[in-house]
Design a protein around this ligand. Structure first.
Ligand SMILES: Cc1ncc(COP(=O)(O)O)c(C=O)c1O
Length: 402
């Protein structure tokens, strides 16, 4: 970034060819469901190594669709980590289920095998329908262990991979792309502007299950199908010779309008082609942060990354001991802002948000509290220069009096 520019904690990278791709789509016949939707889905599925990808209007819609596709029922339980964006827990409420908050590892912010087991003790007799591990900041935790626990209880795993596009993990069976849904029923992604690729609003669900993929596609568009082979209402949809009526469409489930329009799929395709470059730049910037921040240890440490995980970091979170530095997080954020540096807190633990607290009561989750007390997200986006990282690290040191 040019000297003097304000550094937000995250921002999109939109280039001239992205703009040209959108302009070309605007000149096409179909602004909404057209050929660019399956083109984006096919390219996305190939990129993350899943068999199916279903585009939708946001990461929140992706989570909602995933729980609908699993037929999660009112009164069932869905386990979510307390440190996440509120949408991970809200999607359980959307289907009438009860989000049960799991604690997180205080150094990585991730749900672990142990914190998941502890959450099981708080199901209150409800059937566990799903577990939603969140790949916070782009780091993936111990999915095989989480999957084994869920399998043992007949529950599904849905990965909230909204932060993790471009991340690789190795659980001992070779490199796996985060969100390939090899170790889950489905994985969800977001293309909100601060994410690794952006479509403005936008989301995706990946799966290797053809039945789930069909259900997701049905539910994202009002529950309506136009596929003759799927028609159920013979009297309405079919002619006596068995041919489909030209107007035929059937609403077979209560779905939503969660479609991602062609115009945004054009942007998604164009952005996806740059994923390797964006992810590489994020990795380089994160590595530089580690070097520049090293002198501030132990007052400031980067959030821990699990062994075997090579994140394409969505966020660069440091854990700082503000109290030991004789200051507060708010003062540090103000001091950095005065120097043109934006920071954020990811996240206020969701069980402490008034809406959820009213419903789940006071739950003691010390790992989430310890993460929340220390976390601070520093600027991280591909257009940053190496010198921006050094400037942020120096300003942080100064703000902490280090
Ligand atoms: C972890 C996580 N899950 C879900 C979402 C929801 O995505 P969207 O903003 O695209 O609805 C976000 C977005 O911020 C997120 O960070």
């Amino acid at each position: 970034m040019a000297e003097g520019d304000f550094l937000p904690y995250g921002r999109q990278t939109i280039e001239e060819d992205d703009i040209a791709a959108v302009a070309a789509a605007l000149r096409g016949e179909l602004l909404t469901t057209g050929p660019l939707v399956p083109a984006f889905e096919t390219a996305f599925a190939a990129t993350v190594g899943a068999e199916h990808a279903v585009a939708c209007s946001s990461g929140t819609a992706a989570l909602h669709l995933a729980l609908l596709a699993l037929d999660v029922r009112p009164g069932e339980a869905v386990i979510v980590p307390a440190v996440t964006f509120v949408a991970t827990a809200n999607c359980a409420r959307y289907v009438g289920a009860e989000p049960v908050f799991a604690d997180v590892d205080p150094e990585s912010g991730l749900m672990t095998e142990q914190t998941l087991r502890a959450a099981l003790a708080r199901l209150g007799g409800r059937r566990l329908a799903a577990v939603l591990p969140v790949h916070l900041t782009g780091s993936v935790g111990d999915l095989p262990a989480i999957r084994a626990i869920a399998d043992g209880l007949g529950a599904s795993v849905v990965e909230d991979a909204c932060h993790a596009l471009g991340t690789w993990t190795d659980f001992g069976a070779g490199a796996e792309h985060a969100g390939d849904a090899r170790r889950s029923a489905m994985a969800t992604f977001s293309f909100h502007p601060v994410k690794t690729i952006a479509t403005g609003e936008g989301g995706m669900v990946t799966t290797n299950d053809a039945v789930l993929a069909r259900r997701l596609a049905l539910l994202r568009s009002h529950g309506i199908t136009r596929e003759a082979a799927a028609f159920q209402a013979v009297d309405i949809s079919l002619q006596p010779d068995g041919a489909a009526n030209p107007w035929a469409n059937e609403m077979q489930a209560l779905g939503f309008n969660y479609r991602l329009p062609d115009v945004l799929c054009a942007l998604g395709l164009s952005q996806l082609a740059k994923l390797a470059r964006f992810a590489a730049r994020r990795r380089t910037l994160a590595a530089r942060y580690r070097g520049s921040l090293a002198p501030l240890a132990p007052l400031v440490r980067p959030a821990a990354v699990p062994a075997g995980c090579d994140p394409a970091p969505h966020l660069f979170v440091v854990l700082a001991d503000f109290e030991a530095a004789g200051t507060s997080r708010a003062s540090v954020m103000h001091a950095l802002e005065a120097r043109g540096i934006g920071t954020q807190v990811h996240y206020i633990p969701v069980h402490r948000q008034p809406y959820h607290r009213e419903r789940c009561g006071d739950v003691d989750l010390p790992g989430a509290d310890a993460w929340y007390a220390r976390c601070l997200s520093l600027p991280l986006f591909p257009a940053m220069a190496d010198e921006d990282v050094d400037r942020v690290a120096a300003a942080l040191g100064k703000a902490l009096g280090a």
